[in-house]
Design a protein around this ligand. Sequence first.
Ligand code: GDP
Ligand code: IMO
Ligand code: MG
Length: 432
Amino acid sequence: MPSTAVIGLQWGDEGKGKVIDSLAADADLVVRFAGGNNAGHTVWVGQDKYVLHLIPGGILHEGKTNLIGRGVVVDLEALIEEIDGLKERGVPVEERLRIDGRVHVIFPYHCQIDGLVETWRGEGRIGTTGRGIGPAYADKVARTGIRLADVLEAETFEARLRAALAEKTAIMSKVYGVEPEPYDDLFEKTRALAERLRPLVVDGGDLARKAHQAGQSILFEGAQGVMLDLDAGTYPYVTSSWTGVAGIAGGAGFPPNRIDRSLAVSKAYCTRVGEGPFPSELHCETGQKLRDQGNEYGATTGRPRRCGWFDALQARYSCALNGLDGVFVTNLDVLSGFEEISVCVAYELPDGTQVTDYPAELGSINEIKPVFQSLPGWSEDITQATCLEDLPPACRDYVAFIEKQMQVPVICLSVGPGRKQMFECDPAQAPA
Ligand code: GDP
Ligand code: IMO
Ligand code: MG
């Protein structure tokens, strides 16, 4: 049985939650390897909507193990709230969930610092989710972070928390004029939260490697998207983790040469939440129409998502970078009712030259003009389609066009948020 990576191809919110939930039916283990509760992964089961933030997308399936890998940063209170929320809805979370003891903990001071730094940045703000993600990863890299396993050993935790708080208090009070939560409160509260999680704590890398050796099928669930990757994305308007396939080795403790298939999820157009370059963004009524038809509001913060046409340069770059074997295209139904649909096929640089490869030097990306190619739209409702043949010819041509642009096969199409509104398509039979 294969091990499969599933990542976001664009700026996040591509529909990973829906795809992972669907693939999880045939998996034994689902592993999150990056990010934190900045993620919001939506799964619809009939009329019931679930939004998962930290818990992997196999949690709604009986008999599957879901692992929060060591590369995830975990707000313990948010995790427990998520666990309890699912339990109230009848999901036996404890049976199905495991957490790597090496995950770094997001403390309330990380959330405070996230907000303070954003204010400090002013016009240059990133538009973070405010969940403390960047500051927690910064502490991890600075080696002042605290892992869940550290919290579970009272003496270790005491020493590490005292050291961390001394530094945070100095910085926060002197630079920002605020104080973090006092030591005693934080110590007691964090210990109590961690104790609740103790029965779920494992060596996640060992679990994943053994599962693979035993021939089990593993799904690696990406969070965010390639363009939000710390190194590959539109830095500094990125998140603080490695969101692509390369993040799995470090974030799950799984050997990269044992990943059998690398897949990504892409919307049939583009969205982005927060600040930063987005060359194919539409500021006009068409962008609003995409937002309305796609109900494009963030699953974590509720912010309206910025909307634009599919960006072929960006998609091709993300595909190549991750050595993808196939792409799921979601939200195809949202494009019904547009007379014409455009795809960004080149960028015009400030000096007038046009490029068709995603540029390495992005200092002036805000001055880039998108060059669009227009394709005929379709008016039919496609939400009930179950195979390529059910789609109007213009829709099939559109899929074939973006597939050619990506240079990676489109292996599955999603035509609505529901579990059943998705069907495989055989790339060999895709229209030329
Ligand atoms: P994720 O972060 O990649 O898991 O994506 P989100 O859950 O944040 O956002 C995707 C949104 O699109 C959710 O509201 C999904 O229910 C919805 N969605 C997923 N696939 C489709 C689709 O094919 N069509 C439509 N209309 N909505 C979809
Ligand atoms: P899923 O997994 C969309 C964006 C934020 C901000 C930037 C940095 O649901 O696709 P952070 O809080 O991570 O420091 O914010 O990254 N961002 C996301 N955008 N989907 C996400 O996750 C995101 N996670 C972070 O809006 O621009
Ligand atoms: Mg999301």
